[in-house]
Design a protein around this ligand. Structure first.
Ligand SMILES: N[C@@H](CCC(=O)N[C@@H](CS)C(=O)NCC(=O)O)C(=O)O
Length: 244
C-alpha cells in the first residue's frame, strides 16, 4: 500500500498531503516520531537524500520531500493540474520562499515548545494515556532539541522574522493583489504559499486538529495582526480547495 510518513503539524507534510488529496491519490499515513524514529527514517530514506519527512513509498520507490511527492501526486492522480508547465518557474520561486519561511517557522515552534508544557504533552504519541503524556511532557524537549540540531536553524529568530518572513509575506500580499490565486487559477504556488501562514495562525481544527498548547505555540499574534488579509485568503483557499 502506498504509504506517506510525515509530521502532521509540519507545513512540509501538509503540502504533500494537500497535493495527494487534491488529486484523490489513496495512501496510508504514518506519523513520524522525531529522535525515536530517526534510525528507521534513515533506513527508509533513499541514498543521497536527506532523512526527513514527508517521505512517500509508492510501488517500491521512495519519494523524499514535499515537492517531489506533490509532483508524483500529479502524475498519479485526477483533477485539475497543480503544476502547469507555464506556471513552473513561478511555482519554483514560491517554493523557495516557502522553504525559507518554514525553516524560520520550525525554529520558532521548537523554541516555543521548550517553554510550553501543554504543547510538550500534546506532542507525545497519541497511544500514550493522557496522564502518562502529562507526566512525560518534558521528554518532548529531547525531540524538539534533536529537530533543532538536525536542521538548519536561524540563530536570531527576530532578525529572521524581520528579514525573511515579513518581506516574503508582504510580497505575497502584493502578488495576490486581492485576488484568490497567485497565478490566476489554483496551483501549487497557492499551496506552498498558504502553508507559510500556518505558524502565523494555524488553520481550523477541521483541517488540522491541534491541541490548545500546540495551537498557542504555532500562533504569532504580532504577525497575525499584521497580515489578517493573508489569513483570510488562506482560510478561503482551504474552504474551497482542501477537503477536511
Ligand atoms: N525540503 C523538505 C523539508 C522537509 C523537512 O525539513 N522536514 C522536517 C520537518 S520539521 C523533518 O523531517 N523533521 C523531523 C525529523 O527530522 O526527524 C520538504 O520539502 O519536504
Amino acid at each position: 500500500m502506498r504509504t506517506l510518513y510525515g509530521l502532521s503539524y509540519s507545513g512540509w507534510t501538509e503540502k504533500a498531503r494537500w497535493a495527494l488529496d487534491h488529486h484523490r491519490v489513496a495512501y496510508r499515513y504514518r506519523e513520524h516520531l522525531p529522535l525515536i524514529g530517526e534510525p528507521v527514517l534513515r533506513w527508509r530514506t533513499p541514498r543521497g537524500a536527506r532523512p526527513s519527512v514527508p517521505l512517500l513509498f509508492d510501488e517500491g520507490e521512495a519519494f523524499s520531500g514535499s515537492f517531489a511527492i506533490a509532483r508524483r501526486a500529479e502524475e498519479l492522480g485526477q483533477g485539475e493540474p497543480l503544476f502547469s508547465a507555464q506556471d513552473l518557474p513561478s511555482i519554483e520561486r514560491w517554493e523557495a520562499d516557502s522553504e525559507q519561511v518554514l525553516c524560520v517557522a520550525r525554529a520558532k515552534v521548537v523554541a516555543g515548545l521548550l517553554h510550553n508544557r501543554q504543547a510538550q504533552a500534546e506532542s507525545l504519541p497519541a497511544f500514550l494515556p493522557e496522564g502518562l503524556r502529562s507526566l512525560l511532557a518534558p521528554s518532548a524537549k529531547l525531540g524538539a532539541r534533536f529537530v533543532a540540531r538536525k536542521h538548519t536553524t536561524p540563530a536570531d529568530l527576530d532578525a529572521a522574522t524581520r528579514d525573511t518572513v515579513i518581506p516574503t509575506l508582504e510580497r505575497l500580499r502584493e502578488s495576490l493583489g486581492g485576488q484568490p490565486y497567485l497565478l490566476g487559477h489554483f496551483s501549487y504556488a497557492d499551496v506552498t504559499a498558504a502553508v507559510m501562514l500556518q505558524f502565523v495562525r494555524p488553520v481550523d481544527d477541521r483541517y488540522l486538529p491541534l491541541g490548545p498548547g500546540t495551537r498557542e505555540v504555532w500562533t504569532d499574534t504580532a504577525l497575525a495582526a499584521r497580515f489578517p488579509d493573508l489569513l483570510a485568503w488562506r482560510d478561503g483557499l482551504y474552504a474551497k480547495h482542501r477537503r477536511p
